[in-house]
Design a protein. Sequence first.
Lengths: 223, 223, 132, 132
Amino acid sequence: MSGKGGVGKSLIATTMALLLARDKFRVGLFDVDFTSPTTHVVLNAGGLKPIEEKGIVPPEVYGLKYMSLAFYLGGRALPLRGQELTNILLETLAYTIWGKLDALIVDMPPGISDLMLDMLKYVRRAEYLIVTTPSKMAFETVRKLIMLLKDLGAPVLGVIENMRFSDTEHIKREVETLGERYLGGIGYDMRLEESLGRLDNLLNTRFAAEVGAILRKIVYLKT
Amino acid sequence: MSGKGGVGKSLIATTMALLLARDKFRVGLFDVDFTSPTTHVVLNAGGLKPIEEKGIVPPEVYGLKYMSLAFYLGGRALPLRGQELTNILLETLAYTIWGKLDALIVDMPPGISDLMLDMLKYVRRAEYLIVTTPSKMAFETVRKLIMLLKDLGAPVLGVIENMRFSDTEHIKREVETLGERYLGGIGYDMRLEESLGRLDNLLNTRFAAEVGAILRKIVYLKT
Amino acid sequence: MHEWALAEAIISAVSDVAEREKLREVNSVVVVIGELQQVDRNILRFAIEQLKQGKLAGAKFIIRTERAVFTCRACGYKWPFRGTNLPEEVREIIHFIPETSHAYVRCPACGSPDFDLSGGRGVWIASVRGEG
Amino acid sequence: MHEWALAEAIISAVSDVAEREKLREVNSVVVVIGELQQVDRNILRFAIEQLKQGKLAGAKFIIRTERAVFTCRACGYKWPFRGTNLPEEVREIIHFIPETSHAYVRCPACGSPDFDLSGGRGVWIASVRGEG
Ligand SMILES: Nc1ncnc2c1ncn2[C@@H]1O[C@H](COP(=O)(O)OP(=O)(O)O)[C@@H](O)[C@H]1O
Ligand SMILES: Nc1ncnc2c1ncn2[C@@H]1O[C@H](COP(=O)(O)OP(=O)(O)O)[C@@H](O)[C@H]1O
Ligand SMILES: [Mg+2]
Ligand SMILES: [Mg+2]
Ligand SMILES: [Mg+2]
Ligand SMILES: [Mg+2]
Ligand code: NI
Ligand code: NI
Ligand SMILES: [Zn+2]
Ligand SMILES: [Zn+2]
C-alpha cells in the first residue's frame, strides 16, 4: 500500500505474485482496488471467470490464484461508497476459497480510507509493504501513512522506492529516519509498458529483476 | 479528475489555478483529496492558516484563494471513511467564503467513490476535466470513468494526456472514439520535481507552458 | 449456499424453539430467504423434507422470499430488484456480490448510480407454530 | 456562529410555540447547543436577554450543552469528547471540522483511529413552559 496513487503498487504486487508463483510458492493475488482494479491489465486476465461452487474458486494465472472484481464488470466502472467497499471486502474474503497458500498478496487502493481501515480491523495477520516514488508529492502522503501505521503498531515490512530516475538517497534517509526499513529502489523502466499483459516479457524486464531482488530480501528477512 | 492516482491531477489543477491567477482571473483552488492532500506541496503552503470569521476565509497564495485540509493537520495522516468524506465536503463547501470567482478548481482524489458521487449529487454546476497518462494501466480506469460520466450526462470538458515520453497517438484515438475531446498532451518533464514549492520556477517549466496551452484551449472553448 | 447444511441448521433451530416453547408437535414453520441469497429453493425444500423427524416430522415448511429494494440516494426513488430488466448473467453476478449492481443498474427516475440496495440478504426463521 | 442571528431565531421560534400553544406568558425555555457547535454562550445569553419581549419578557432561558461522544468502530468503546486531553488549538480545529479528530484522537481502549463522533452538533429548543 502507499496512500498515494500511481506509485506502482499494482504492478509491484502483481510482479511479486508472479515471481513467487514461478518459484513454486503457493500464492494468491487479490485486487482490492474495487472501484479501479488494474492488476488484470498486467495479467491480461480480465476475461477470466472464477468458478462458483460453495464459494468462489479463483482462477489460476501463471500458477497463481487470482481474484479481482474485474471478472464481474465487463469493462464497466463500479462507483461505490465506503460502506459498500467494506461489504465487498467482507463478502469476497468470506466466499473466496484460496486453499492453502504460502502468501496472499493484496493490492490496495490509494487513499487512507475505508479499505485500509478495514484491513487493520479485520485482517489482523496482514503485513504492510509500502511503495513510494522519489517525488515529494508521493512521499508527503507516504510519510503520513508510515507514521500512522507505526502509531497503530501495524507490522510494516518496509518501503520500496519505485520509478527512480537518478541515484539520490533522500528517500532512503527519510525512511530510515522514520525508523522503517528501506527495502530498495526500482528504476524507471521504459520497456515496462510494452510488457503489460505479456507475462514472459514482463518477468524478463529490468523492473522484474529489481522487484525480485527486493522480494528475496523480504523472504530472507521473514525466514 | 481521473479515477486513477498519480496521473498528475493535483499538479495540473494547481498549475492551472496559478496560471489563471497570474492572468488576473479570480480563481479558487480547493483540495478535496482529504485523506491525501498534495497541492500544498506544490504551493509550499502547508503552513498557512485560513482566517475563521463567520466562516472560513481561504488564504491567498500567489493571487489565488486556496483551501486544503492540510492547514488543519500539522502533517498528520487523516484516515476517513466514506461518510466522513461526504461530511467534510459539505461542511467545507458551506463554510468556505470564496467570494466572487471566475473559476473554482477542485482537485479530486483517485477512485470512483464517495467524493465523486457527492460532486455529481451536490455540485451540479461542476464540469469535469479528465487526466490520464499514456499507460494502459491508467487508461483502463479513465476509459471506464469517461463512459460513466457520459452515461450520467455529466459535462466533460475533455481529456489531458500527461507524462508523455513519445509521440504515440493511441490515447488521442481512444478518447475520440469515446466521443470526447482530446485536449492535448503534456510531456514528462524532468525538471518538474525541483520546481515543486517554487512557484516562479514552476511557472517557467515546459510543463507549465504545456498546461497553459491546454488551458487557453479550454477557456477558448468556453467563451 | 450449501442447501443441505442450511436445511440441517434450520431443522436444529426449529427443534430448539420447540424445546424452549415446550411444543409436543410442530405444525408449521416459516423460513425467509433473502432473494439475493444464493439458495436453490428446490434442493432446500427436498433436504428439509428428508431431514425433518421427531416433533418436526409432520411440520409444514413454508419458504418465503424477502425482496431486495433499491433506494436512490440522489432523488429518493425506490424500486424493486425483481422488476429490474437485467440479463440472467448480470442477475447472477448481483446475487453473488450485490454491490456490483452499481456497474449495471441506474435509478429509473434520475439515472444516478448512487443508490442503496437493502433487504434481500440472509436466511431466518420467521415463525414456528405447534401444539403445546 | 452569528450569536445575534441565532438569538433572533430562537426568540422567534419560541414566540411561534407560544402562539401555537396559546400561552399568555412564557416562564422558561430550554435551548440545547451541541458542544461542537461554535457558539459563544455568553454572547448568546446576552443577546437573548436584550431581544426577549412581549410574552417572553419574563421567561428564563436555560442553555444546555449536548455532549459529543466517540464510539470506536474497532472495539466498541465509548468516550466523551470533553474528556479527551487535547491542546486548545486542536480542540478548535475539531470544533470546526469534527472529522479532523481522526488525525488527533485514538481510541483509549484499543488505539484505533476508526471511530464515530456523534452528537454535539446543531442547536434546538428542547422545551417551552408557560401559562395558558
Ligand atoms: N518502475 C517503473 N517503470 C516504469 N513505469 C512504471 C514503473 N512502475 C510503475 N510504472 C507505471 O506507472 C503507472 C502506475 O502504476 P500502478 O502499478 O498502476 O500504480 P498504483 O497501483 O500505485 O496506482 C502504470 O502505468 C505503470 O505501468
Ligand atoms: N508532466 C510531468 N512530468 C514529470 N512529472 C510529473 C508530471 N506530471 C506529474 N508529475 C509527477 O507525478 C506525480 C503524480 O502527480 P500528482 O499531481 O500528485 O498526481 P495525482 O494528483 O493524479 O495523484 C508527482 O510526483 C508529480 O510531480
Ligand atoms: Mg493500483
Ligand atoms: Mg478488483
Ligand atoms: Mg492528487
Ligand atoms: Mg485537503
Ligand atoms: Ni449452494
Ligand atoms: Ni459567531
Ligand atoms: Zn434517482
Ligand atoms: Zn477501540
